[in-house]
Design a protein around this ligand. Structure first.
Ligand code: NDP
Ligand code: GDR
Length: 323
């Protein structure tokens, strides 16, 4: 039985990846941060019905000695480094913490792999945010990076360190440059889930408005359930490498929002308020990924359309709020 260790197992992707790996017969271990409530933060794992099947270990990306101990105990075959301070807007409020977790955290995990599990295969959760100020209309593995937030700068460090450990130490280390991916398990601070949650509240009479910032920015949105499959496929290749994972379609925040309002039969214009406080100090205007390398080598392609995903998310929020 193969063993996988997932950092960030309590997040959106950690939950979907756990489910996928359990279905494939893996023993799944995950790193969790202790909280003063002494309740295990496993709501997403519970939502997918896998909380009792994964083995959770206390740990933090900032604590190298704890990571080393965990790697020694678990002896993983595959390591998925999904943990991060992942909210772009917060990275301006907390640039140092973001750098510590999202950049230096990767160095800690790579060191633990190098010292305790050099034969393990490693996946780094890199991001399309690294492209930032776009200079090529379609972004692939060869497009130059120009990060536009402390988060993106930190992710760039993690990406290059992964490449460097592959080249320096011969680690089987791959970096997935994933474009935005969402689901009913997405944190409510991210724009798709903020929209589907608000639309469901308005529909149920619990709220009247939805406040957003820049609705002209464009994103290439896919489903987390599809994207974790690409992560797994990368680690099944003989050769480690870097891959863009995207749908190849880009849509404005405004048009994504319109899908949600239309689904419940409400007028977007009557409820949407633009709030200048929600604009970012620097914006990534448009992202559009070219995933042809993933299609060619991994045999991967996105399965879920934006429309189907937004409808799934609105329906999940309606059910949750009705309860
Ligand atoms: P989430 O924000 O949902 O999950 C982040 C996870 O990281 C949580 O489990 C969180 O734990 C954990 N974490 C945060 N800080 C620490 C720390 N110091 N030590 C240990 N664990 C920590 O992110 P997603 O699931 O959406 O994304 C997964 C990864 O993929 C992230 O690295 C993200 O930056 C990256 N990514 C995401 C994309 C997307 O569109 N979703 C696109 C491209 C990249 P806790 O529950 O305790 O907060
Ligand atoms: P992003 O996702 O920054 O692309 O990072 P987010 O959903 O936060 O923003 C997408 C776009 O929507 C605009 N926007 C708003 N965003 C939020 N959150 N809230 C609002 O009210 C709002 N109004 C407009 C934003 O300005 C932006 O243009 C996500 C994260 O998951 C990262 O971790 C990941 O690396 C990238 O996707 C790829």
């Amino acid at each position: 039985m193969k063993k996988a260790l997932i950092t960030g197992i309590t997040g959106q992707d950690g939950a979907y990846l756990s489910k996928l790996l359990l279905e494939k017969g893996y023993e799944v271990h995950g790193l969790v941060r202790r909280s003063s409530t002494s309740e295990v933060n496993d709501v997403r794992l519970r939502h997918l019905g896998v909380a009792d099947d994964v083995r959770l270990v206390d740990g933090d990306l900032l604590d190298l000695s704890g990571l080393i101990r965990t790697f020694r105990d678990v002896r993983p075959d595959e390591v998925y480094n999904l943990a991060a301070q992942s909210f772009v807007k917060s990275s301006w409020q907390q640039p140092i913490l973001t750098g510590q977790v999202t950049a230096i955290g990767v160095a800690n995990v790579l060191e633990a792999v190098r010292l305790e599990a050099p034969g393990a295969r490693f996946y780094q959760a890199s991001s399309s945010e690294m492209y930032g100020l776009i200079r090529e209309p379609l972004q692939s593995e060869t497009t130059p990076f120009y990060p536009r937030s402390p988060y993106a700068v930190a992710k760039l460090y993690g990406h290059w360190l992964t490449v460097n450990y592959r080249e320096s130490y011969g680690l089987h280390a791959s970096s997935g440059i994933l474009f935005n991916h969402e689901s009913p398990l997405r944190g409510v601070e991210f724009v798709t889930r903020k929209v589907t949650d608000a639309v469901a509240r308005i529909k149920l009479g619990l709220s009247k408005e939805l406040r957003l910032g820049n609705i002209d920015s464009k994103r290439d949105w896919g489903h987390s359930r599809d994207y974790v499959e690409a992560m797994w496929l990368m680690l099944q290749q003989d050769k480690p490498d870097d891959y863009v994972v995207a749908t190849g379609r880009t849509v404005t925040v405004r048009d994504m929002c319109a899908i949600a309002f239309k689904h419940v039969g409400l007028s977007m214009d009557e409820h949407l308020v633009i709030d200048p406080q929600l604009f970012r100090p620097a914006e990534v205007d448009v992202l559009l990924g070219d995933a042809s390398k993933a299609r060619r080598i991994l045999g991967w392609q996105a399965k879920t359309t934006l429309e189907d995903m937004i409808v799934e998310m609105v329906e999940a929020d309606l059910r949750r709020l009705a309860r």
